[in-house]
Write a protein that binds this ligand. Structure first.
Ligand code: PLP
Length: 397
């Protein structure tokens, strides 16, 4: 008899991955599927980073390395945090991991006990709630609305916090909706966070460089709560390096030490070649990836214009990241010739099966009635996708 540990049953497969699997099934049957469900840039890694990796191979960086990352990489990350974020950290407060996902997991594993409460504003990135469940803590989901800019208010946070609250998981720019917290909004949240000194915020800045004119502000830049913030970042999105698997955290030393300890038993240090390449990436100024951001900006405008023409779609123009998070609630209750659309998941499946466009329903991000479309695809592909989506929606009665 097959007997897995109970913890496997605590978590679910991300719906993003599930949609990819369904899309591949349709492709295998010969359909031309446009994948707008993906959370990765369609660009290749910049050449200057690839060169650094090639050199690292030739220089024989092929041995075990410090668990928290090479000292010079951690110094380069400190320099980047100073340059771009106005944050002062020392290398022993930095832990490099196998993707920002592992950095977030390290933080949750280090700080959260079973029975603790973890505050997760919705919409949230798919893995946040699953990680909380994995450590047998309780996710306290704080819903937001499009009208409210998809942001929690200080009052919402104050009301959610109690003696059991341990951590909040927050991203800005947000995945799936692209909302960004302004300096004033963060200052107001910081005031609330400062009232409970044993409460920590994992502030996920992975989309930091992919913004469209809105200023990115690090939560740790508010001095009164710096010792309560774990800043998470990585190379996947800003440098088109999803496959290299490199993320990092900057955290109070006792948390960094704990993550170093846990990571030493799980994965050890991140791949040495990716680490050497990361020095080149984080040392480069943000302008080195401007060409990608400019292209994302064109696509964002195109996608916004084309999706705005679709009856029943309510749009939000994202401040950052590369997703349109569309309110499709007006379409729920309608029917196609073969099925009734009751939920955003039904709508997403309808689009996949009839228009061969994959998306991710809001249920995956803790907010029903929405669908996320990535615009990390070429202008031609996005134009074709929007035309297919429009036809599919017009066929709903
Ligand atoms: N945080 C957010 C908000 C993300 O969207 C993602 C990837 O989709 C990650 C973290 C994970 O990034 P990485 O590839 O560095 O593990």
């Amino acid at each position: 008899m097959q007997q897995l540990a109970q913890r496997v049953g605590l978590v679910e497969m991300p719906m993003t991955i599930e949609m990819s699997r369904k899309g591949r099934e349709l492709e295998a049957k010969g359909h031309d599927v446009i994948a707008l469900n993906l959370g990765e840039p369609d660009f290749d890694t910049p050449d200057f980073i690839k060169e650094a990796a090639k050199k690292a191979i030739d220089d024989n960086f092929s041995h075990y390395m410090p668990v928290a990352g090479f000292a010079d990489l951690r110094q380069a990350i400190c320099d980047k945090l100073k340059r771009d974020n106005g944050l002062t950290y020392t290398p022993n407060e930095i832990v490099v991991s196998t993707g920002a996902k592992q950095s977030i997991a390290n933080a949750v594993l280090s700080l959260v006990n079973p029975g603790d409460e973890v505050i997760v504003p919705a919409p949230y990135w798919v893995s946040y709630v699953e990680l909380v469940k994995l450590v047998e803590a309780t996710p306290i989901v704080l819903p937001t609305t499009m009208q409210g800019g998809f942001k929690i208010t200080p009052d919402q946070l104050r009301e959610a916090m109690n003696a059991k609250s341990k951590v909040m998981l927050l991203s800005s720019p947000n995945n799936p909706c692209g909302a960004m917290y302004s300096r004033e909004e963060l200052a107001a949240l910081a005031e609330v966070i400062a009232t409970k000194k044993d409460f920590y915020v994992v502030y996920d800045e992975i989309y930091e460089l992919i913004t469209y004119g809105t200023e990115h502000v690090s939560l740790a830049s508010f001095a009164e709560i710096k010792d309560q913030v774990i800043t998470v970042n990585g190379l996947s999105k800003s440098f088109a390096m999803t496959g290299w698997r490199l993320g990092y955290m900057a955290a109070p030393k006792f948390i960094a030490d704990a993550c170093d300890k846990l990571q030493s038993q799980f994965t050890s240090g991140t791949n040495s070649i990716a680490q050497r390449a990361a020095i080149a990436a984080v040392s480069a100024p943000p302008s080195s990836v401007k060409y990608m951001v400019d292209e994302f900006a064109n696509r964002r405008q195109l996608m916004f214009n084309l999706l705005s023409e679709i009856p029943g779609f309510k749009l939000y123009l994202p401040d950052g990241a590369f997703y349109m998070f569309v309110d499709v609630s007006d379409l729920l209750g309608k029917s196609s010739p073969t099925e009734k659309i009751n939920t955003a998941l039904d709508f997403s499946m309808y689009l996949l099966n009839t228009a061969f466009v994959s998306s991710v329903p809001g249920e995956a991000f803790g907010l029903n009635g929405y669908v996320r479309f990535s615009f990390a695809a070429s202008i031609n592909v996005l134009t074709e996708a929007c035309s297919r989506i429009k036809t599919a929606v017009l066929n709903l009665k």
